[in-house]
Design a protein around this ligand. Structure first.
Ligand code: HEC
Ligand code: HEC
Length: 419
């Protein structure tokens, strides 16, 4: 009887005892018996004469196997919603195994002479394996059990007052702890494009009820551009059970900050995105706002002054049909030389939300929800740039950087109150 058979037999026996306790033990006995059977079979096979193998021979079979394995691991980890860093970590483990077995086969070993020889080899192999794993995994992001436990044991969030900076910060934690970043980027932050980038999409333009409904009942209203079968059901439906009332309130307060005063909102899945300038449905709604028939902007009609068909009804009101019109020069310290056709998004937004002082063009952004003002702007543009004449979509702007986002607040580009 070989010593190794005795060891495996012992493990199988112990598993058998454990099996009286738990079903894991049954699996242990099964695995132990299977290993013994395979081992006994392998011992029957006549050993080939050892030959020195080149590195190429060594990795010829291992490399394709590991590449396939790594692919499977990557896809499976993705399916189980592991963050990208974990996927990288799992795949690196597979490659550590590849490296280890390549190393083991690098040199043909001589037959062992004494039992000391195999003991030393066994220990050396164990030491080698452990040190490779320790060195490699030390380079990878660490899982800190204390930190994870602290997250689990956190006292439930209780809100005192309306959405101040603390509530927004608490909402951001709710966002992090509930793994929203696994699928959603927020502007430059995050590394997944599974769901919409809630920053460039500007989810903060929508009202609280809409945002809440999208979290609690995500299948009801599909996010534009996310209608392929793979993402249509990706957004989990269990947040209604997982989030307390206060957590939801804080989360929404955080989401409400996701707005960009310099760009039109962006829709669609990364790779096939578009801005509201080219969105048929947005333009149709923008027309309602412009013509004063949208229920959400009762009392506002751009058409009263700018004309339903673009012919100004009031002297001095900008004529949107003329693409070469210039920016107003009535605002001290704020003037653009760009012609109407080349106006950047932020100029449109600033003029419509802040108006032109001392003219009938009022700061509409102080009164009406900006969601609808962006839509009215997108529609106003069609008077000189009709949608059906466009040969290409207007380019999707680059995702704003951390510095740009910070500058919006320092330059006071947001209007107060946040509409
Ligand atoms: C497993 C991936 C996944 C996770 C986790 C996830 N989402 Fe989503 N989410 C999606 C996808 C995909 C969509 C787009 C499809 C749809 O409308 O359901 C979406 C849509 C949304 C929308 C609607 C966007 C729109 O255009 O109206 C909101 C808001 C949202 N998610 C917020 C969250 C929040 C908050 C969390 C965390 C509490 C979260 N999501 C977690 C995948 C995810
Ligand atoms: C009560 C009349 C009135 C209404 C309502 C009105 N505007 Fe104006 N708008 C004006 C006038 C007058 C000007 C010209 C201001 C000036 O003298 O520079 C103007 C100018 C503008 C400008 C150009 C600013 C510039 O830099 O030259 C834009 C863009 C604009 N309006 C968009 C809109 C939109 C969009 C709406 C609806 C949401 C709207 N306006 C509603 C009267 C109005």
């Amino acid at each position: 009887m070989k010593i190794d058979m005795i060891i495996i037999g012992l493990i199988a026996g112990l598993s058998g005892l454990y099996a009286l306790h738990s079903s894991f033990g049954v699996a242990g006995v099964g695995a132990g018996l299977a290993v013994m059977a395979i081992y006994a079979l392998l011992l029957k096979v006549k050993a080939k004469k050892p030959v020195e193998r080149s590195l190429f021979h060594n990795i010829r079979f291992k490399l394709p196997i590991i590449l396939v394995l790594a692919g499977i691991i990557w896809v499976m980890a993705g399916k189980f919603n592991f963050p990208v860093w974990w996927q990288i970590e799992f795949v690196s483990f597979a490659f550590v195994g590849f490296f280890f077995f390549t190393l083991l086969d690098l040199k043909t070993l001589k037959q062992e002479k004494s039992s000391w020889d195999w003991l030393i080899r066994l220990l050396a192999t164990y030491a080698l394996a452990s040190s490779i794993f320790i060195v490699v995994t030390a380079q990878l992001p660490q899982f800190d059990p204390e930190l994870e436990l602290a997250k689990l044991n956190r006292p439930p969030l209780k809100l005192a007052d309306a959405a101040g900076p603390e509530v927004i910060a608490a909402g951001r934690e709710v966002f992090e702890n509930n793994k929203c970043f696994n699928c959603h980027k927020v502007f430059w932050e995050g590394n997944s494009d599974r769901g919409p980038n809630l920053g460039t999409k500007q989810i903060g333009l929508y009202n609280n009820d809409y945002i809440k409904e999208q979290i609690l009942d995500p299948r009801k209203k599909q996010s534009p551009g996310f209608d392929d079968p793979k993402s249509i059901k990706a957004m989990p439906t269990y947040y209604g059970d997982d989030l307390s009332e206060d957590e939801l309130t804080a989360l929404v307060a955080y989401l409400k900050t996701m707005r960009d005063p310099t760009h039109m909102p962006v829709e669609g899945k990364y790779g096939d995105q578009w801005t509201w300038w080219d969105d048929k449905e947005v333009l149709a709604e923008g027309q309602q706002v412009f013509e004063g028939v949208h229920p959400a902007t009762e009392g506002l009609s751009c058409a009263v002054c700018h004309g339903k068909d673009g012919t100004p009804m009031m002297t001095g009101a900008l004529d949107f049909r003329d693409e070469n019109n210039k920016d107003t020069d009535k605002i001290e310290g704020d003037h653009s030389d760009k012609l109407l056709k080349d106006w950047p998004d932020d100029l449109w937004y600033r003029r419509v939300t802040r108006g032109v002082p001392n003219t009938p063009m009022a700061p509409w952004g102080m009164i009406f929800e900006h969601l609808y003002l962006w839509k009215a702007e997108a529609y106003a543009r069609t008077f000189h740039d009709p949608l059906d004449k466009r040969t290409a979509r207007r380019p999707v702007p680059p995702v704003p950087s951390k510095e740009e986002i910070e500058s919006w607040t320092t330059k006071e580009m947001f209007l107060d109150p946040l509409l």
